[in-house]
Design a binder for this molecule. Structure first.
Ligand SMILES: [Zn+2]
Length: 532
């Protein structure tokens, strides 16, 4: 009885407890009000969806882009004063200078002084990821809008095809349908659907979703437990619309603590490759370690995502790579976002680390705010600050935080690796891992600029970002170059990217399958008054 009295004081009569109770109610009410105000503030600040296209030619009507300089991406040459004719989304003719006045088209746009390149292929990105890492309420509330924004910004920056390298397959399929039918502004979207991983393997932030969530969104990953399960899983993701199969070879986490991770055994990989090839799908492997690179080449995995971060490849590695039919997508932008050297770290003075810091600052101050929601930029600023002052490393082993020291090491060895592969004639693709922190699926300029710093020529970077990406997706007959018979995926620029890659920022127009998705001032003038 006494005990009961002790634990159940008479609150009505105790003034201190009464005051505390009232205080808690007031604090609770204030907190709820603050939270509600904040929620409303974030929702009000989200950007508005953009119209699905700027102008769509009527069926059967021809469009002529007259007098433009046209990039021959196979030869790496800018053809002066040509014309490009297309009808119903398909290029019918690349017209020579002397024949320009002979062409009769339903719509002719004066494109003198402008430069045409094929629409870009972002060979590795994640449309549904938020382009940020440090989680907060406002970021969570912005994720959905940012995902749609990611596809909209592709259309505004000339990315007409995206190869999505893991996300929620059913949501991606819905977005892909929306962009394909021009109901949502965006690129053609091809995905790997759910990626295939062993339990306890990389990616250690991803796992299959439980029942009803899996039914609604699809799982970002499917567990594979052996050769038979590999075959079954390949069939399952191909059924769900996977254009390629994605697997992983890292046996250590990239997060602080470098936890050991499981990987598939050789037999499972070989079964998976066999089933994928039987169904006409290429297999892509995430590998960020030398051991993974070597394993991929030895087992004949088709395509390699990223480059090893723990050491340079050797001449023998290059020779083995060149014997197979592989593409490689270095995703150098990751090093720009995460290769942050805190004061006192000697890597700070490495010329590439310094150059990447300049690019990161440009992304933070100018590009990021133009292509992402406010909360995304807030998160990125917090992340950069956290790496710079060392506070993020205090989370060592306790949270999903990438180890920036690992990335700093990667910057020093990945450069020579890219250069060796490039010099040997490897098929390089251009993908920026957009969706990861401070990297945006629509903005490929940083990736292109970094590849130039790593020794690639501008002509070869443009080829990597167009024709090689098309080959990676086995769409070489449809996209990737401006030739008769291919789809009219055209990026119109006001400067020559063969002279300076920053010309890729000077977008005057973007066509996908002949539909004008986005227009700058010059094409706005040309298409003025045309029915939308
Ligand atoms: Zn990725």
């Amino acid at each position: 009885m006494e005990l009961e009295v002790a634990v159940k004081p008479d609150t009505d009569k105790n003034p201190i407890i009464k005051a505390l109770g009232a205080g808690a109610i007031v604090t609770g009410a204030v907190a709820a009000g603050y939270a509600a105000g904040k929620v409303k503030g974030v929702l009000d600040s989200l950007s508005e969806p953009r119209p699905p296209y700027a102008w769509r030619p009527e069926r059967g009507r021809s469009v002529f882009l007259k007098g433009a300089n046209v990039l021959d991406v196979r030869r790496g040459q800018m053809l002066r004063e040509r014309g490009l004719l297309f009808t119903d989304g398909q290029i019918s003719d690349l017209v020579s200078t002397r024949d320009l006045d002979k062409v009769e088209a339903d719509r002719t746009f004066d494109c003198r002084g402008l430069f045409l390149t094929p629409g870009l292929v972002n060979a590795h990105c994640h449309i549904l990821m938020p382009c940020a890492a440090t989680i907060s309420l406002d970021l969570l509330m912005s994720v959905k809008r940012q995902a749609v924004r990611n596809v909209e910004e592709c259309a505004r920056h000339g990315v007409t095809t995206v190869r999505d390298a893991a996300g929620l397959p059913l949501i991606l399929r819905e977005i892909a349908r929306g962009t394909e039918s021009f109901e949502i502004l965006g690129p053609r979207l091809l995905t790997c659907g759910s990626s295939l991983m062993p339990k306890g393997g990389y990616p250690d932030f991803s796992k299959p979703l439980p029942g009803w969530l899996d039914e609604k969104y699809g799982s970002p990953a499917v567990y594979v437990s052996g050769p038979e399960s590999a075959r079954e899983s390949v069939r399952q993701v191909v059924d769900q619309g996977a254009r390629f199969i994605k697997i992983f070879f890292d046996d250590r986490s990239l997060f602080f603590g470098h936890k050991p991770l499981n990987t598939f055994d050789d037999e499972t990989v070989l079964s998976l490759l066999d089933e994928a090839h039987r169904l006409g799908r290429r297999v892509a492997v995430h590998q960020s370690q030398l051991s993974g690179f070597r394993r991929a080449v030895r087992l004949g995995v088709d395509d390699l995502e990223h480059v090893p971060m723990d050491g340079e490849i050797t001449a023998d590695d290059v020779a083995s790579f060149m014997k197979g039919d592989h593409h490689i997508t270095p995703t150098a932008s990751v090093t720009m976002a995460l290769g942050i050297a805190p004061p006192g770290n000697p890597a700070r003075y490495h010329p590439l680390v310094e150059a990447l810091q300049g690019e990161r600052e440009r992304l933070l101050s100018r590009v990021g705010p133009a292509v992402s929601e406010a909360a995304v930029m807030g998160s990125n600023l917090r992340m950069v600050r956290g790496y710079s002052d060392g506070t993020l490393s205090a989370w060592r082993g306790k949270a999903f935080t990438s180890d920036n020291e690992l990335v700093l090491k990667a910057i020093q060895c990945a450069g020579p690796t890219v250069e060796k592969l490039y010099q040997a004639g490897a098929t390089m693709c251009c993908g920026n891992d957009g969706g990861t922190p401070l990297s945006f699926p629509g903005y490929m300029v940083s990736e292109m600029v970094i590849l130039e710093w790593l020794g690639m020529s501008r002509a070869d970077i443009l080829k990597a970002a167009t024709l090689n990406g098309a080959g990676l997706l086995e769409l070489e007959g449809e996209i990737g170059s401006l030739e008769a018979g291919k789809l009219a995926d055209i990026l119109v620029l006001s400067a020559n990217p063969l002279e300076d890659l920053m010309a890729m920022e000077r977008v005057e127009g973007v066509f996908r399958s002949g539909v004008l998705l986005h227009r700058g001032p010059r094409l706005a003038l040309e298409t003025q008054g045309l029915r939308i």
